[in-house]
Design a protein around this ligand. Structure first.
Ligand SMILES: [Zn+2]
Length: 471
């Protein structure tokens, strides 16, 4: 009985289908209807994991650009769905059957409608060439039947990435090979040209991603950590340099007489876009972290770099000599109890009241910690340093940060607002350094402002030019 069922399933999945791009018959396992069904099913899961960005105006705008490209693609009759996801990740991906996603995170880094079209065009290329379907083995198709055709920049070392990996199985993001990525770039260039956008926009967005990598290398150096590079399953992705070369070649083959850039249209559409973390994830402004749901806030030293990670909050000192990390746990007895366990035999414990909260401080040879209880939640803030001299240098700053931990007043809670992208017109004398002063991005404000305005690493805005700032 079981054997019969499996054979029956495989027969229904395996078949030859006409590839819309090449016109040849591909050995694929899904009919178009099955492909659409798989896409629709996975779409619900993606939306559950990521949340849809709550702006109808922005969704409509992105959809209108996407639909224009889709009409000029190799599968114009497929029903396409374009969705902006409420995620700070810099990413875009596609599911089989015409489901295309772009994060609000990547939107902040784009500077024209043509660049948005380049991102969407690339993803439409994955759909029309049926990359998600072509990659399936019989087993995968039988089990899950899905590969997400990502990906501009693979940042799945995030919560969402892991959740999705678990959700959709190992097939997720198991790497479109470089051939598929390059094919998607080529198809994207084609759809751009047919829709009166300059295919060079693809070159521009790959440049943005490259600059992102360069900025991270620079930040990593300052923070004494390893840069976030491609690794593991992403080894098959073409690096952005190779991709840039190829894309330049592809784009040069296509010329559009009067290309539409749509810089003003795009900047108007993203004015007010949420940047970095949402209120739910906790907002970092000028190195002050505040989280409404947990009802807490604390202030990190101003010259440190703060990272709001899925499972902890991390602040790194200049040169990475010391760091502060906040984690959540379950209360166990009093804060003093937890502190004594953490202190072990060579640490000292001090039971204190900090900002009205019963707390305990732990002093170790090169580390100091604070334990707080708020409602049913324990907060551990751990300050560690690489060396004894670094501990002497940073001990006061670390203790000050720990002692700034407090519960939010009603007024503070009301004032938690996410960082937003604001489009302004540069006045004469406006420099990135000057604009960075009024931004809440902390130490790296200048390089971030340059990145989002395509002015990295040393560009300056011209008077009268529209510029994105972060408020
Ligand atoms: Zn891709």
């Amino acid at each position: 009985m079981r054997t019969f069922l499996i054979v029956g399933l495989l027969l229904s999945l395996v078949g030859c289908a006409n590839n819309p791009v090449t016109g040849r018959n591909d050995f694929v396992m899904m009919s178009e209807n099955q492909e659409i069904a798989v896409g629709r099913q996975s779409d619900a899961e993606v939306k559950k994991q990521y949340q849809v960005y709550p702006s109808k105006a922005l969704q409509d705008y992105v959809d209108s650009v996407g639909q224009k490209l889709a009409k000029n693609s190799h599968r114009p009759n497929l029903e396409y769905h374009f969705t902006v996801l409420d995620s700070p990740e810099i990413n875009a991906f596609a599911l089989p059957g015409g489901y295309v996603y772009i994060t609000r995170g990547i939107m902040a880094y784009l500077n024209s409608e043509a660049e948005l079209a380049a991102v969407l065009g690339h993803e439409i290329g994955h759909v029309t060439a049926r990359h998600g379907v072509r990659q399936q083995s019989a087993t995968q198709a039988a089990n899950i039947g899905i590969t997400i055709a990502s990906i501009f920049i693979p940042q799945i070392n995030t919560n969402v990435g892991h959740n999705l990996t678990n959700l959709l199985g190992g097939a997720l993001l198991s790497g479109y090979g470089r051939d598929h990525e390059l094919e998607a770039d080529r198809l994207g260039a084609d759809y751009l040209a047919r829709s009166d956008y300059d295919p060079q926009a693809i070159v521009k967005i790959i440049g943005v991603l490259k600059n992102q990598e360069l900025q991270d290398v620079e930040l990593a150096k300052q923070e004494g950590r390893a840069p976030r590079r491609y690794h593991g399953v992403f080894a098959t992705h073409p690096d952005n340099d190779t991709r840039l070369q190829q894309a330049v070649g592809e784009a040069a083959k296509q010329t559009v007489a009067q290309p539409f850039a749509g810089r003003d249209e795009f900047l108007t559409a993203i004015n007010g876009l949420i940047f970095n973390d949402s209120v739910e994830q906790g907002v970092v402004r000028n190195n002050r972290f505040a989280q409404a749901e947990l009802g807490i806030a604390l202030q990190f030293p101003l010259d440190w770099q703060v990272h709001n990670l899925p499972d902890s909050l991390l602040a790194i000192s200049p040169q990475g000599e010391a760091n502060l990390q906040m984690k959540l746990g379950k209360p166990n007895g009093t804060p003093g109890n937890v502190a004594r366990i953490l202190a072990g035999s060579n640490g000292q414990v001090e039971e204190v009241t900090i900002n009205g909260l019963s707390a305990a401080l732990v002093y170790l040879p090169t580390a100091t910690m604070g334990v707080f209880y708020v409602d049913q939640q324990a907060f551990l803030i751990q300050g560690t340093s690489k060396t004894a001299p670094a501990y002497i240098k940073y001990k006061t700053a670390m203790l000050e940060a720990i002692r700034s931990f407090h519960t939010l007043s009603a007024e503070e809670r009301k004032q938690i607002k996410p960082l937003t992208v604001r489009v302004i017109t540069a006045k004469s004398g406006d420099t990135i350094a000057k604009l960075a002063q009024r931004s809440p991005l902390g130490q790296s404000a200048e390089s971030y402002l340059r990145l989002i305005n395509a002015l990295y690493p040393t560009g300056e805005p011209q008077a009268g030019q529209k510029v994105k700032i972060i408020e």
